[in-house]
Write a protein that binds this ligand. Structure first.
Ligand code: SAH
Length: 339
């Protein structure tokens, strides 16, 4: 078992199961995430027998940086997992801190028509431990601490639900990496049963929904997930989420020229979201070589923005990051290593 898969409570249980006190979990988290050792042999305040036991039960997962591209305030990392699969992670420098966009799956099965990441089908889940390692390896590379996590890289987080929940628990734990739950955002294309489940998840993280269309006809044509869970079902689950958590939800809306950026779409969207505790984040579409959609013009985006505003919907336009190095949303790729 990869030691980075272990939540704090898992470690407490583990130490109890071998007859040791629970404070050992705190000691171990300190070595792993504060001191950042990469071998049990470096531990000095735990007896040799216990270290040997740990060494036989766990290993230190290692992911490797195989490529790094930089563009002003963005670094894109190509990371190699232990089995040779690769994923990407993107680090963004904001005025409020460093935010890391991590991948949750190798490939993606959601098949959104506009997204590069879904062109390779899902190969496997990224484990909770590997998501933790995405942070550790990049912090080591930078020699800086990451303050915010967005789970918006390759993959659909709610298609890897348990690992995502464990990951949040691990990085949020105050004995370890200690990233505040309000600094963590999960983005989903709308897997409705998991939104209900997530409304009971006891961490105050942010939820973003990739909406991209204000009606079923258009959403069906862009996002196959909408055929499984239509807009009405999606909105009901979000209402429940808001009711249970009392948290504001973000709706992401990419601006595709002549597809979903018309005045009628803006009005329809305003109607759909009326009265909800939410805001809309308009995302200028990042064009990719392999997909035919075009980005809406600045004027159209501004008009759409104004229409939402006039109809009392909170709205922002996403600042652009990393488009020169294909590090922007929907441009990340899984690659299989050449044999
Ligand atoms: N599967 C999750 C998280 C990954 S996608 C989800 O669907 O939310 C992160 C965001 O980038 C989503 O809102 C996605 O729809 C958006 N996106 C995908 N391709 C894009 C592109 N080419 N330009 C801009 N945003 C894109």
């Amino acid at each position: 078992m990869n030691i980075y898969n272990m939540t704090f409570d898992n470690l407490v249980d583990y130490f109890k199961s071998i007859g040791l006190k629970s404070y050992r979990a705190k000691q171990l988290y300190d070595w792993l995430y504060v001191k950042r050792i990469d071998s049990f042999k470096s531990i000095t305040n735990i007896k040799k027998e216990i270290i040997d036991k740990l060494d036989s039960d766990y290993y230190f997962g290692k992911i490797e940086i195989i490529k790094k591209q930089s563009d002003e305030l963005v670094n894109k990392y190509l990371l190699k997992l232990e089995d040779g699969n690769t994923i990407e992670a993107v680090l963004m420098e904001h005025d409020y801190g460093l935010s890391l966009c991590i991948s949750s799956e190798v490939g993606c099965n959601m098949g959104c028509k506009f997204c590069e990441s879904g062109r390779i089908k899902k190969i496997r889940d990224v484990t909770a431990g590997e998501m933790v390692e995405e942070i550790l390896v990049i912090e080591k590379d930078l020699n800086k601490r990451i303050s915010h996590i967005v789970i918006m890289g390759i993959g659909e987080p709610f298609d890897n639900y348990n690992n995502i929940c464990n990951f949040i628990e691990i990085v949020n734990n105050s004995n370890g990496i200690n990233i505040g739950s309000r600094h963590i955002t999960v983005s989903t294309c709308g897997i409705v049963p998991k939104i209900y489940e997530f409304s009971k998840f006891p961490y105050q993280v942010n939820l973003a929904i990739s909406l991209h269309a204000p009606n079923d006809k258009l959403r069906n044509s862009l996002m196959p997930i909408n055929k499984a869970y239509n807009l009405n079902e999606l909105m009901l689950s979000i209402d429940e989420y808001i009711k249970k958590t009392n948290r504001r939800v973000t709706f992401e809306y990419i601006m595709l020229d002549n597809i979903n950026d018309t005045h009628d779409c803006a009005l329809e969207l305003a109607k759909l979201l009326k009265g909800k505790n939410c805001y809309v984040n308009l995302i200028p579409y990042n064009e990719t070589d392999n997909i035919g959609y075009k980005r809406s013009s600045k004027e159209k985006i501004m008009k759409f923005y104004d229409t939402l505003k006039k109809n009392n919907i909170s709205v922002t336009i996403r600042r652009e990051f990393g488009s020169k190095i294909s590090a922007a949303c929907g441009q990340l790729k899984t690659m299989k290593e050449e044999a």
